[in-house]
Design a protein around this ligand. Structure first.
Ligand SMILES: C[S@@+](CC[C@H](N)C(=O)[O-])C[C@H]1O[C@@H](n2cnc3c(N)ncnc32)[C@H](O)[C@@H]1O
Length: 309
C-alpha cells in the first residue's frame, strides 16, 4: 500500500493510504490551512463510548422477573403500574406516572368530535383515547403488545425474545376500558403497519410520546399521514438546548434506545421539520410544556404539533 507523509501545524504523520482514498484526497480542494496537500488533519475530540453494560444487566434482570410473573388478569387497579392518571366514574383515580388532566385545556384537541372517527396511536393506558371518546369520536386505539415489539437495540431485543413478556400498557388499558364502559376499539399492531387499505383513514389522529421510542420516526410519520384524512395531533419530546445553539433545524440528540427505549431528542425545529418532510401540511406548534413525572425528577420538554393531510 502506498505510504504518504502528512504534516500539519508541526505534527507529522505517515499513513498507508489505499488507492481509492488517495484519489479522493487529491480531489479535495486545497484550503489555506492545508497548504498544497489538500488535506487537513486534526486530533479527534475526546469522547467516551459507553458499553451499555448497566442497561444490559438491568434489562436482563427485569425481563427474567417479568416473564416469570405476568400481571394477573383480574381487575387489579391498585396493583397496576399506571402510566396515566385516569378518573373512573366511581371517583377512583389511578396513580399514574403522569397526570395529563392539567394539560387537556392547552393540548389542542377539538372540543366536539361527534360523528368523527379518531385513531390514537400508542395509547398506553388510554388517557387520550378515552378523552377523544368523551368528546364524541368513534375511537380506535393502536398499540403494541409485548416488549419484543418495542424498537430496542439488538442486544436488548434479544433478551425479550429469550424472556417473552407483555407490556403493561394494554393491561391498564383493558382495566380502564371496563371501568369506563368504553367502546374504544383496539388494534394490536405497530405504527409502522398502519395501512389505509387495512385500517381505513381517520378524521382525527393522535400520536402522543411515541416518536422518541421509535428507531424510524420518519417512517412512522409517513404511516400516520397515510391514515389521516383530516387533522393529526403529534405530541413528542424535544431538547431545547439544541435550538439554543442557533444553527437551525436538523439537530437531534441520539440516545440509542437504551434507557426507556428512548432513541432521540430532537430540537423543536427538527421535530417540526420532520413532520413537514413526511408530507403534512399547515404544521403548527400548539404548545410546549414540561410535565412532572411522579416517579422521576426528570422533566423533559414536549411539544404538541397540529398538522393536516
Ligand atoms: C410513553 S407512552 C405514551 C402514551 C400516550 N400516547 C401518551 O401520549 O400519554 C408510549 C406508547 O407508545 C407505544 N409504542 C411504542 N412503540 C410503538 C410502536 N412501534 N407502535 C405503536 N405503539 C408503540 C407504547 O406501547 C406506549 O403505549
Amino acid at each position: 500500500m502506498p505510504r504518504r507523509r502528512l504534516s500539519y501545524r508541526g505534527f507529522g504523520l505517515t499513513l498507508e493510504v489505499p488507492e481509492g482514498v488517495r484519489r479522493a484526497i487529491r480531489r479535495v480542494k486545497p484550503t489555506r490551512a492545508a497548504g498544497t496537500t489538500g488535506l487537513v488533519v486534526e486530533a479527534p475530540p475526546a469522547f467516551a463510548i459507553q458499553s451499555r453494560a448497566r442497561q444490559r444487566a438491568s434489562t436482563r434482570d427485569f425481563a427474567a422477573k417479568a416473564s416469570a410473573g405476568e400481571p394477573n388478569g383480574a381487575d387489579a387497579v391498585s396493583d397496576h403500574p399506571w402510566y396515566h392518571t385516569i378518573e373512573f366514574p366511581d371517583g377512583y383515580v389511578t396513580e399514574g406516572h403522569y397526570d395529563h388532566r392539567v394539560l387537556v385545556p392547552r393540548y389542542g384537541l377539538p372540543d366536539d368530535l361527534r360523528g368523527k372517527t379518531a385513531l390514537d396511536v400508542g395509547s398506553g393506558d388510554g388517557f387520550w383515547a378515552f378523552e377523544l371518546e368523551r368528546r364524541g369520536a368513534q375511537v380506535t386505539s393502536l398499540d403494541i403488545e409485548t416488549f419484543a415489539d418495542v424498537d430496542l437495540p439488538p442486544a436488548l431485543h434479544a433478551i425479550f425474545v429469550e424472556h417473552p413478556c407483555n407490556l403493561f400498557f394494554r393491561h391498564g388499558f383493558e382495566i380502564a376500558h371496563r371501568r369506563l364502559d368504553s367502546r374504544v376499539k383496539t388494534i394490536n399492531a405497530t405504527v409502522y403497519d398502519l395501512d389505509p387499505e387495512v385500517v381505513g383513514t381517520f378524521d382525527f389522529v393522535h400520536a402522543g410520546d411515541i416518536l422518541l421510542h421509535l428507531r424510524d420516526p420518519a417512517l412512522a410519520l409517513q404511516r400516520l399521514l397515510a391514515v389521516t384524512s383530516g387533522e393529526c395531533l403529534i405530541a413528542d419530546c424535544f431538547d431545547p438546548a439544541l435550538d439554543a445553539l442557533g444553527v437551525g433545524p436538523g439537530l437531534t440528540r441520539y440516545r440509542g434506545g437504551w434507557d426507556d427505549a428512548t432513541w432521540w431528542a430532537p430540537a423543536l425545529s427538527t421535530l417540526v421539520q420532520m413532520v413537514v418532510d413526511a408530507g403534512f401540511a399547515d404544521v403548527q406548534i400548539v404548545t410546549t410544556y414540561s410535565l412532572a413525572n411522579r416517579d422521576s425528577a426528570q422533566r423533559p420538554w414536549r411539544a404538541v404539533l397540529r398538522a393536516r393531510n
